[in-house]
Write a protein that binds this ligand. Structure first.
Ligand code: GLP
Length: 248
């Protein structure tokens, strides 16, 4: 486990974007990216947009799988995660949108749709690099505390804490969806490499629990401690709860 502390969000975005771009260059085949939403990875996507304009990164053969999507929001809803990805990244880089996948929050048969999502990831050869944020309660994707560490893509109920955190993006609390489809913790752990980004004082406890706490379903991000290739890129304000020296 590598822990990198940077001064601000812009530095975090640049570091993360370059880390993944370097891995993309090493692989001479369609690259499979796992992507996250939330405000935290926005500087990473902004850095990729700028690198792409300068010809420093090529998305033409990249395949992407997003972590999660709200149940009941159409892809055209401005708070859906599909809309977010188009708006922040896909509309501004040379990616083929047919190669971008987000769980279907409108699926009639959610179970079949989740199994098909897992099968599609497998068929593409698995995820090369998974981008993660972290919830203030330690969730990754929408795997809330109490999620099984081996869980797969499925429908989950959101906790009151997450609904409150995410209400800032909606007109009112009642507009926030109460359930979502999310890759499982087991799905995330199958990625070859993982990078978790965190920023802001409200993430201090979640970050410290994830990196230095016990591995427990009470903090889903703590499961990352079992992964051989995980990097945490934190801004200074999110890292103040760390006490140990992290070497690898
Ligand atoms: C949502 C997403 C998570 C994300 C979290 C934190 O719940 N499902 O993937 O990590 O929000 O969001 P933010 O980065 O805006 O703090």
């Amino acid at each position: 486990m590598k822990v990198i502390v940077v001064k601000d969000k812009k530095a975090m975005g640049k570091k993360g974007a370059e880390l993944i771009a370097a891995d993309m260059k090493k692989k001479d085949r369609p690259y499979v990216l796992g992507l996250a939403t939330g405000s935290t990875p926005e500087p990473v996507y902004a850095a990729w947009v700028s690198m792409c304009k300068k010809g420093q990164i090529d998305f033409s053969t990249v395949i992407t799988f997003n972590l999660d999507e709200y149940v009941g929001l159409k892809p055209t809803h401005d708070q859906s995660y599909r809309y977010f990805m188009n708006d922040k990244l896909f509309n501004h880089v040379n990616i083929n949108k047919k190669n971008t996948f987000v769980p279907d929050g409108m699926a009639r048969d959610i179970e079949t749709s989740c199994a098909a999502y897992e099968a599609k990831i497998d068929a593409c050869g698995g995820i090369d690099y998974q981008v993660l944020g972290i919830g203030s309660n330690g969730h990754i994707a929408f795997n809330e505390p109490g999620s099984s560490l081996g869980s797969r893509t499925r429908k989950v109920k959101l906790t009151a804490n997450t609904i409150k955190d995410n209400s800032r993006f909606f007109k009112s609390m009642k507009d926030v969806p109460k359930s979502a489809i999310t890759m499982g913790i087991g799905t995330v752990l199958d990625a070859e490499n993982i990078v978790l980004f965190a920023t802001g004082a409200n993430k201090v406890k979640a970050v410290a629990d994830a990196i230095e706490g016990p591995i427990t379903a009470s903090c889903p991000a703590s499961a990352l401690q079992t992964h051989p290739n995980v990097t945490f890129i934190l801004t200074k304000d999110a890292a103040t709860g760390l006490k140990l020296m992290h070497q690898s």
